[in-house]
Write a protein that binds this ligand. Sequence first.
Ligand code: AMP
Length: 286
Amino acid sequence: MVEVYNTIAGLRQVLKQRRQQGASVSFVPTMGFLHDGHLSLMRLARERGDVLVASIFVNPTQFAPGEDLEAYPRDLERDLALCQSVGVDIVFTPEPSQMYHPKASTTVTVAKVSQGLCGTSRPTHFQGVATVVTKLFNIVQPDVAVFGQKDYQQLAVIRRMVRDLDIPVEIVGGAIVREADGLAMSSRNVYLSETHRAQATALVGALRSTSAQVDGGQRSAEALLEHARGFIGRHAPAGRIDYVELVDPLELTPVVGDMGHGGAVMALAVFFGQTRLIDNMHLGAP
Ligand code: AMP
């Protein structure tokens, strides 16, 4: 059975024992309400460590006032059964009071890659993410941690942070898992009305259609962006574009003019009502 811990001390104690026995530790941090995207990361992590730890923690510091912190979907019983089904050994599910000292005043800020894209409309988000992931790394001390490419900017932020702060963990990126119609799986998809759910396939539609443009020889960033925005406008009239950008895969800086031969990442965020969906795709040769 999967073991569940909600205190830092309890988790540390069991992991210390396991490490003394020579076990390696792999780790998948999540906010719960698990779907196949999360489970694919857990399967990857299962292969990479003797003890597989998953965390389920809806981290308040990565939500801004007015975002969906209180409404964020939760179902711990179901999550634990899913964790069990993919071979998770330990679930860490702390209360916010366990994670944050009432007078906590230390944060982790990753400059540059945290800016632009989601960082523009969610200016405090990545500081919350970087801080909680640093804390989770210090608590779990994993050898390997797996994150999804679905949150492309988040993965870039974590990689940069681990590099810059010499955190001794290997970061692995897992491919985006999609619904049958292409919509990237997300815990937030449950918020979508029927109409919005149908139109939400325009995100991946725009990415695939733009990718086909690149394969057909189009190299102009401006033309590709116009194509993607036009696609969303036509196929998702109820959607409101937050951003559609073409960026350097590592630095996440905007590509201007010819996209060059290394390829680029198209990243986008679209609101349907209050629900904000994101997706991304690498375009052109890697
Ligand atoms: P979350 O619970 O949304 O914080 O996500 C936890 C982890 O799962 C993050 O590393 C996400 O990038 C990853 N993830 C979320 N959705 C997907 C998906 N559709 N495919 C692959 N990974 C995902």
